[in-house]
Design a protein around this ligand. Structure first.
Ligand SMILES: Cc1cc2nc3c(=O)[nH]c(=O)nc-3n(C[C@H](O)[C@H](O)[C@H](O)COP(=O)(O)O)c2cc1C
Length: 193
């Protein structure tokens, strides 16, 4: 598949078939992630692959628990109640962590903050590579930040003290959504010439 075709054809998939994803495909997706550019070539991405009925059920339980706790505190859990349904369907969810920063480092200087945005950009590039590599293999993906609504529960369950950046659910698509709206290039660009 040509790169520009893949970029144009990619969609967020929220309904997945109940068919297993071969490990070879997951490895190819992770390999594509590791080919992304990164600031100072630090390759700050770390991945945890969650698959299998038991692990998936526990992940979903923790997501629902986190959402329920927030609601009990009167905090709006955003779209997480819909997102967890996709995570429940997808045979594989890959969690992505930032190896450069731990959850203990909450107090940071502005310079630290800026430097961290370098790593986050690198990780974003890796995630986009994952989505495109999955598409190339006929797989659908959903890039998920609603995992933040169950942040502490998921980090504890996964045994990770690094900062969780996102998750990506992967599976065979059970829907064919059309393109979602985009601002035009002219709406988002200023030219200084
Ligand atoms: C950083 C990031 C976080 C996202 N988090 C979620 C999420 O938690 N749940 C969800 O359903 N979609 C999530 N999405 C998918 C967006 O909603 C989607 O990309 C957007 O609506 C455009 O649709 P498209 O991806 O099909 O072009 C996320 C996308 C990005 C890039």
């Amino acid at each position: 598949m040509q790169v520009l075709d893949a970029i144009a054809q990619r969609r967020s998939i929220r309904q997945f078939k109940d068919s297993p994803v071969p490990e070879e495909d997951i490895r190819a997706i992770l390999h594509a992630a590791t080919l992304a550019p990164s600031g100072k070539n630090k390759q700050p991405w770390r991945f945890i692959v969650v698959e299998g009925e038991t692990q998936r059920a526990e992940m979903v339980r923790i997501m629902r628990e986190g959402t329920a706790e927030l609601k009990a505190q009167g905090i709006n859990p955003g779209s997480s109640e819909w997102t967890v349904k996709s995570m429940e369907q997808a045979p594989v969810t890959i969690f992505i962590f930032d190896d450069g920063e731990t959850n203990d480092e909450r107090e940071r200087s502005f310079v630290d903050f800026l430097m961290n945005t370098v790593d986050i950009q690198s990780i974003g590039a890796a995630i986009q590579n994952m989505l495109l590599a999955a598409l190339d293999r006929g797989l659908g993906t959903l890039w998920i930040c609603d995992v933040f609504y169950a942040y502490e529960g998921l980090c504890e369950w996964l045994g990770e003290n690094h900062v969780m950046v996102a998750a990506v659910s992967v599976g065979y698509p059970d829907e064919e959504p059309g393109p979602r709206p985009r601002k035009t290039v002219d709406e988002v660009t200023r030219w200084l010439a």
